[in-house]
Design a protein around this ligand. Sequence first.
Ligand SMILES: [Zn+2]
Ligand SMILES: [Zn+2]
Ligand SMILES: [Zn+2]
Length: 371
Amino acid sequence: MAARTVSSQSEAIVDIVCDVCRAEGFQVVKNPSRSRGSTPTVDIVASRNDESAERKLAFDCWQGESRVNGDQVEDFVRRIHALKLDGGVYVSAKGFTEEAEFMAKKLKVELWDLPKLKQHLVRISPQETARIPWTLPVSRQTASRVFTTGLANGNRLRMTSLPHLEFRPYIFVRFTVTAGRGQGVAIIVLDGVDGRACDSKLLEGNVPLSPTHILTECLDLQPLTGSMPQLPEGLDMKENMTVAELGISPDQLEPKISSEIQAETNLPPGSFTINEARLLHVPILTVELGEGDKVYRRIVQAATANMIWDDSATCSYCKLFSNSLCETCWSTTCMEHERRCSHCSRPVCSSCAVSKGIMGKKNLCPSCKEL
Ligand SMILES: [Zn+2]
Ligand SMILES: [Zn+2]
Ligand SMILES: [Zn+2]
């Protein structure tokens, strides 16, 4: 099944910071003065009355792939001064260079990396962000599942962005095939955002289907009605949680279901009847793990803790199952593309390994080669 659960991480961070500011009593303006051409701008201006004087702070949320450097901090301070603000906080999930930390100390701005941002998030009392019907609870296994890789040295990967939990609407349809071959009862699941079939299951008979069972397993779970589920420990992400909206209007629903059943089963119209269609919000958890400049995305269907997508599961070179990470370039390697340094015994990939000696070739990692 295609994974289509990723909403804009960068905008999400700006929104999270806005929530943090509001929770700490600030009035928040997002993207102020962005419309006025050449005026310097920051992502957020947060203002609060402290002891009868108004204090205005600037927030910038860095969304690039690299760490924030000293020049960027200097530029931020210039904009704070140009906007006549009282101070600022630079937020970067990717962290900061030493030079940036030095500049921040000197110019008196605060830096928030991922752990720091999380500290602020914890302070927000867990409020319900939305009330939605028919929500599946998040499985306790989800947190351990999403951080456990099948890689021998997978523990070398760290989180590179905030985990994101999305409650995505799916339409579970029970239908009966009434004519021709393959009579029986089956379930088909449509993605409620784009309306496409994404899973199916046979309940009885022999309706031709191509099942994955990643979503139909949810049918055995008892949905909650009316409030967001309690999240298990290790998923302290209430504020990085979104609810995707249903993309199909009620009057399109029935024709949409019929055409998806036909496409999935090759059954002619009129040879099946729809018995029941039910909306369920399924929690989908996305995390990004990485090292060096490699980032691997993992997506877990969090109601049953089933992995639905894992970039790190296949070899970076050939797409066979991966076995380990190259500890030089952080590519994933299969048995075929994995080498062991004969000096330090660290795993490296076939591209990073250097072979030495004419007789009885030895593999060395780039750093042991220099010795
Ligand atoms: Zn390979
Ligand atoms: Zn490598
Ligand atoms: Zn080595």
